[in-house]
Design a protein around this ligand. Sequence first.
Ligand code: CP
Ligand code: NVA
Length: 302
Amino acid sequence: MLENKNFIDLNKVDKKTLRKIIELGKKLKSSRSEKDSNLLRNKTLAMIFEKPSTRTRVSFEVGMRQLGGDVVTLLNENIQSGRGETYADTARVLSRYVDALMVRTDDSNKLDELVSYSTVPVINGLTNSTHPCQIMADIMTFEEHRGSIKDKIIAWTGDGNNVANTLIQGAVQFDFILRLACPPELGPDKAILEWGNKHGGRIKLTTDPHQAVEDADCIITDTWVSMHNTEGERIKALTPYTVNKKLMSYASKDAIFMHCLPAHRGQEVEEDVIDGPQSVVWDEAENRLHVQKAILSWILQD
Ligand code: CP
Ligand code: NVA
C-alpha cells in the first residue's frame, strides 16, 4: 500500500516536492481556470480545530471549495475528541468519511496519533511546535516580492515559537540564510535547531535584534504570546525585540516585513511598520489560500 502524502513538517517533505508546491501555488494564484475548479471534485477535507483560527480555517475552507471539493470544520468543543475520544479512534472513523484531515492542536503527540491511525493524508494546521502551512505562504510571498529566496537573508526577531521553528526547517529546505534574535530563555526548539545545523542550514541564533537584521532582505516576527502561552514574564523579556522603523532601517533598504497574524501593534511590531510601505502582510495572509490549494492538490491527487 502506498504511504499517505502527509503534510506534517517541512523537514518531512522532500525539497523538490516543496518547490513544486510553491510553484503550483503561484500558478493557481495567477489564473483561476475551469480545470482548477474541478481539481478536487468529490474530495472532502475534515478539519479539527482545538484552538481558534481565522486565516487557516477560512483559507482551507475557501481553497477546498475553489478546487471543487468540500470541507467539514470540527471545533473541539463540539466533537467527541473534545471530551476524551482518542485521536486514534477519531482518525479511524474520519478516514471512512473524508479524503484528508487537517488538525490544529496543542499537542504534537495527538498529531502523531492521528497520522498513525488515519488512512487518509493529514495536514498540520499548527501545533505548539510548528506551523508549516504558514512558512510555505511566507516563502511564496517573499518570492513574489523579491525573487528566489535562495541565498537571501531572512531575519526573525522575537519569540522563538512555532513559526520560528518552522522557519528553521524552511531555511534548510529552501536554502536561505536565517538569523534569529530571541531572548536567551525564549529561543527556538533545540532539537529543531540542531536538526537545522546538522542538515547544512545557514542559521545563526543571537540575542541581538540589530545583529540579526543587518542587511536582511526580510524581517519576520510574530506575537509574543502564542495561543499556548501565558503572558508571565514574556513581555518584559521580549520588549527589546519589537520591530520598529529604527530596526527596519538596519535591514537592506528594500527589505520587506512579514507577520503571520494576528498582530499586536505596539508589542512585537509598531503600527508604522506593519501598516507601512515595506509590509507585505496582506499578501502573506492571502497566499495562505493559494499555497494551501497547492498543498491540497499535492496530497489529494495521484
Ligand atoms: N496565521 C494564522 O495561522 O492565523 P490563524 O490563527 O487566524 O489561522
Ligand atoms: N505563534 C502563534 C501563531 C498564530 C498563527 C500561535 O501559536 O498562537
